[in-house]
Design a binder for this molecule. Structure first.
Ligand code: BGC
Length: 394
């Protein structure tokens, strides 16, 4: 387990002999990704998960948005990413009263009802939706803390502007981090998920290192960071790798986030290598990455954002050729207009379940802004964004 992970270095691809024409095509998809993300950004700053997809339309998730903002920030568009962070901080700050109420219940030794917790997704106005959803999930709050601190550091900004929202997220997470909740995929609310714990850990550690917390919050944050680390070490590792939830030996592709970017496990730790290896061996098929072995959502296809997440990890480990395979695979899934879907059906784990989701929600979410954001992250890590950041954002 390590301190905050250093910014991944930009890698030299010349040695891999990437043809200039393909390099240009990969760069063009980055330009299209930025255009698609910012074209759909709500005037108030929210990034819609997928603008027209039946089940997501009208909603913004902190998980999706924080990773998307990271891609946009790496692309050099501090204005768009900053407006997302303004939206997120404003939305959280407006929940001060709700969180104080939850903390009061906890102070009496009671666990608040799930329905009272903060939502998983928000309307663009920062409200709860009126449609049923799989609330409650804590990872997005940690991911946002990590993203806003990373953004501020990259662009030389102070965090004061977002302090009220940061404090709400810190108070919420330090009080409720250990409760079972839905995972990244909005499933299995009965478990404690290692990728959820990793996101919380990554967010709290980022914010602690940014020196923005008062002493009481800083102490609570430091304790929770240590508790998460010890808990995962004791109950979230099997066969040398991290596990999908505490007490199983299964993996989930989201687990590699515990290495990069969240740094719950340092990349020198054998657990990091074993986790990346287990995910690659069990879930990567020709560059496209499945969520987990039992996944039946749209038949359990390959997810573009997970391909990028694994590629990001591999690039940071110096496995540039493998990382590039993931970027190429993602690019090959783009539609004629350069849109990236959530998942593709080229290799399905449970094909018999695909039709039921098509019937229920229609075609797979396209574009998924999180897919585009992760493409930007991996393209940046591989040094494949065109030109200089200042020029790109214009
Ligand atoms: C995924 C979530 C995601 C949401 C919005 C769901 O299907 O499981 O991870 O946050 O879609 O993109």
């Amino acid at each position: 387990m390590s301190s905050l992970h250093p910014d991944p270095t930009t890698l030299d691809l010349n040695a891999l002999g990437l043809p200039a024409a393909e390099r240009d095509r990969l760069a063009e998809l980055a330009v299209a990704s930025h255009r698609i993300i910012t074209g759909h950004q709500d005037p108030g700053g929210a990034y819609p998960a997928s603008p027209d997809f039946s089940a997501y339309a009208g909603y913004a998730w902190l998980r999706d948005g924080a990773f998307t903002a990271e891609g946009v920030s790496r692309y050099g568009d501090a204005d768009s990413a900053g407006r997302f962070h303004d939206w997120a901080a404003r939305t959280l700050a407006s929940r001060r009263g709700q969180v104080d109420g939850l903390l009061a219940v906890a102070a009496e030794g009671r666990t608040p009802a799930r329905a009272e917790m903060l939502p998983t997704r928000f309307t663009f106005a920062g409200e709860d939706g009126t449609d049923e959803w799989w609330d409650f999930q804590t990872d997005g709050y940690g991911t946002w803390l990590w993203a806003v601190v990373t953004f501020a550091r990259r662009h030389g900004r102070g965090l004061d502007r977002w302090r009220a929202g940061i404090e709400v997220a810190v108070d919420y997470l330090t009080a409720f981090w250990s409760l079972p909740c839905y995972d990244w995929w909005e499933e299995h609310a009965e478990h404690r998920h290692v990728s959820t714990l990793a996101a919380i850990h990554g967010g709290l550690r980022a914010v602690l290192g940014a020196d923005v917390l008062d002493p009481v919050r800083a102490d609570a944050t430091a304790s929770v960071i240590a508790e998460i680390r010890d808990l995962v070490r004791a109950r979230g590792v099997a066969d040398g790798h991290l596990t999908k939830w505490l007490g199983t030996d299964a993996v989930d592709a989201s687990l590699v986030s515990a290495v990069v970017p969240f740094g719950l496990v340092s990349d020198h730790d054998p657990v990091a290598a074993a986790t990346i290896h287990a995910v690659a061996a069990q879930l990567d098929v020709d560059g496209g990455v499945h969520r987990f072995a039992e996944d039946v959502f749209y038949g359990g296809g390959q997810w573009l954002l997970l391909s990028a997440l694994l590629g990001w990890n591999l690039a940071v480990r110096g496995e540039t050729a493998a990382a590039l395979t993931h970027l190429r695979w993602i690019a090959a899934q783009a539609t004629a207009t350069g849109e990236l879907p959530e998942q593709v059906p080229g290799h399905l784990l449970h094909a018999e379940h695909r039709q039921e989701w098509l019937d229920r929600w229609g075609p797979v979410a396209t574009p998924l802004l999180w897919s585009h954001g992760m493409y930007l992250v991996l393209a940046d890590v591989l040094g494949l964004l065109p030109g200089e950041p200042e020029e790109r954002a214009r």
